[in-house]
Design a binder for this molecule. Structure first.
Ligand SMILES: [Zn+2]
Ligand SMILES: [Zn+2]
Length: 292
């Protein structure tokens, strides 16, 4: 039977934006799928986003309530003590599953003090670093910037911010979703073509490789295979897999395809099933473009 890679990016009810999340049900799903381990990476977002009035008008009431008079939205904080206690309860309940307690830090290079305080408050086994927002006369959530910047400028600005994050000493081990803007890519453009941003991707991947951190293959949208190939060529040492599930049914979504793609690009499972995948030998004649 095919053993899927560990899921290194899962949200639960402890994430402010995961209203359908459940740590316990996510563990049950991981056991059902035969995953060797699961990492919970609930959100710690410290950036207060600018919310334009037309966007606020479409927000759920619970979120509109967090828009301050200055027009900024404050994501609710991670309750680290309660969250880590829940992880411990799940470890007791699912002893055959290796459960990592982690967090996903939004723009950790902008918030050194808050990040240090959070990570000092408990044991976090897996820390993801993410870019969710860009500074455009104030910090904006990437999803809200397509109309202002257009997809081309947005993607380039996103990857420049990824370089700044990768070059920073922020304490994270894995860069999450390097293709994050693709989730909201306008259909009218005819689809996302990673090769149009090859230089910018190679810069971001080079910075990440120099930092010694790992690249995540996020499966919310399939990460283009050519990006994983560029990661290999940049000298990237390791990849992880992340469903970015915000509900239990999405744990390990599309992992068989993602694992096959990473293997073709030259990455192999580690010694233990729960390890990062490490660089090995790339397949001769591998065509990254053909696999997109
Ligand atoms: Zn994220
Ligand atoms: Zn996430």
């Amino acid at each position: 039977m095919l053993v899927l890679p560990p899921d290194g990016h899962v949200h639960t009810e402890w994430s402010w934006d995961a209203i359908a999340g459940s740590m316990e049900q996510s563990c049950a799903r991981a056991v059902e799928l035969g995953l060797p381990s699961i990492a919970f990476t609930d959100h710690a977002d410290f950036t207060r986003w600018v919310v334009a009035p037309e966007i606020a008008a479409r927000m759920r009431p619970v979120r509109v309530g967090r828009v301050a008079p200055d027009g900024r939205f404050s994501p609710p904080p991670l309750d680290a003590a309660a969250y880590l206690a829940c992880v411990q309860r799940c470890r007791d309940r699912f002893p055959g599953l290796r459960i990592l307690a982690g967090t996903e830090l939004g723009e950790p290079h902008w918030h050194a003090g808050e990040v240090k305080e959070l990570l000092g408050s408990g044991t976090f086994d897996r820390v993801l670093g993410s870019v969710h927002s860009l500074a455009v006369d104030g910090p904006w959530l990437v999803d809200h910037l397509f109309g202002r910047l257009g997809p081309d400028d947005l993607m380039r600005a996103y990857l420049r911010e990824v370089v700044r994050l990768a070059d920073s000493p922020a304490p994270f081990a894995v860069l999450a979703h390097i293709d994050y803007p693709v989730r909201h890519w306008p259909a009218a453009t005819g689809g996302f073509d990673a090769t149009a941003y090859e230089d910018e991707y190679r810069s971001a991947l080079g910075a990440l490789a120099r930092s010694g951190r790992a690249l995540e293959v996020n499966t919310v949208v399939p990460l283009p295979a050519v990006i994983v190939r560029w990661w290999y060529e940049a000298g990237g040492e390791a990849v992880t897999f992340g469903s970015d599930a915000h509900r239990p049914e999405a744990v390990a979504r599309a992992f068989a395809e993602a694992a096959a793609m990473a293997e073709a690009a030259g990455f192999r499972p580690g010694r233990h099933p729960h390890d990062f995948w490490r660089r090995g030998q790339a397949r001769v004649g591998f065509s990254a473009v053909a696999r997109d």
